[in-house]
Design a protein around this ligand. Structure first.
Ligand SMILES: [Zn+2]
Length: 210
């Protein structure tokens, strides 16, 4: 779905995008507004016009089991598809299956001259309602709850860029420490740096879009 967006992540207004984009976007919006474990019938008519007559079928859609894709199909004709990279598009309403319950997120970051000075750096604490749905969804989509550990290399930078995320959730506590995040982002192929970066960026920019 991100292929349909412009560089700012918006749906382009001109030239007028093909109707299929709005159609697929409506399916993403419906599935993420009322997430359900099983696919369900949407109040959406099929887009096809076999023999120039509209197909009277309706659309069934849902999350594809064991993947992050959204699948859809017309119940009458064979029209169907799989959508990837719909997360965080303008059509994504944030609904997911199995969103975690998160009580508190503590984010500490700073530049350290040595590792013993990590205690004195600034922190952002989000608690209760301040843990917005955007942040819960970002933690979920980036699979950070199961990513406890230390990443990066403190020897790569002087001073050391230090990021620590402590996530308190219903299944326990996850602590993630990253050394030299910016350097690691550009030098490592490990996706964990991108995943942590996205969430840290979101926490820092409290005014992220709803
Ligand atoms: Zn159809």
């Amino acid at each position: 779905m991100t292929d349909f967006l412009d560089a700012n992540g918006c749906v382009p207004e001109s030239p007028r995008p093909p109707r299929i984009i709005g159609y697929l976007g409506s399916i993403v919006a419906a599935v993420t507004t009322e997430p359900s474990k099983w696919s369900r019938e949407l109040p959406m008519k099929c887009r096809r016009r076999p023999n120039r007559k509209p197909c009277p079928g309706t659309i069934r859609a849902g999350f594809e089991p064991a993947t992050r894709n959204i699948i859809w199909a017309c119940l009458l004709c064979s029209d169907n598809g799989v959508m990837h990279h719909w997360q965080n598009t303008p059509w994504d309403k944030g609904g997911r299956i199995g969103l975690p319950r998160i009580g508190r997120v503590t984010y500490r970051r700073g530049m350290l001259t040595d590792l013993t000075s990590a205690g004195g750096i600034e922190s952002v604490v989000l608690e209760g309602a301040a843990v917005s749905r955007n942040i819960v969804v970002a933690l979920h989509d980036n699979e950070l709850l199961g990513a406890s550990g230390e990443y990066g290399n403190p020897l790569l930078g002087d001073p050391i860029q230090y990021d620590q995320l402590i996530i308190e959730h219903s299944k326990g506590e996850t602590e993630i420490v990253v050394y030299n995040r910016a350097i690691m982002l550009f030098t490592s192929a490990d996706e964990i740096y991108k995943r942590v970066h996205r969430v840290c960026w979101m926490i820092e920019n409290a005014a992220c879009p709803a």
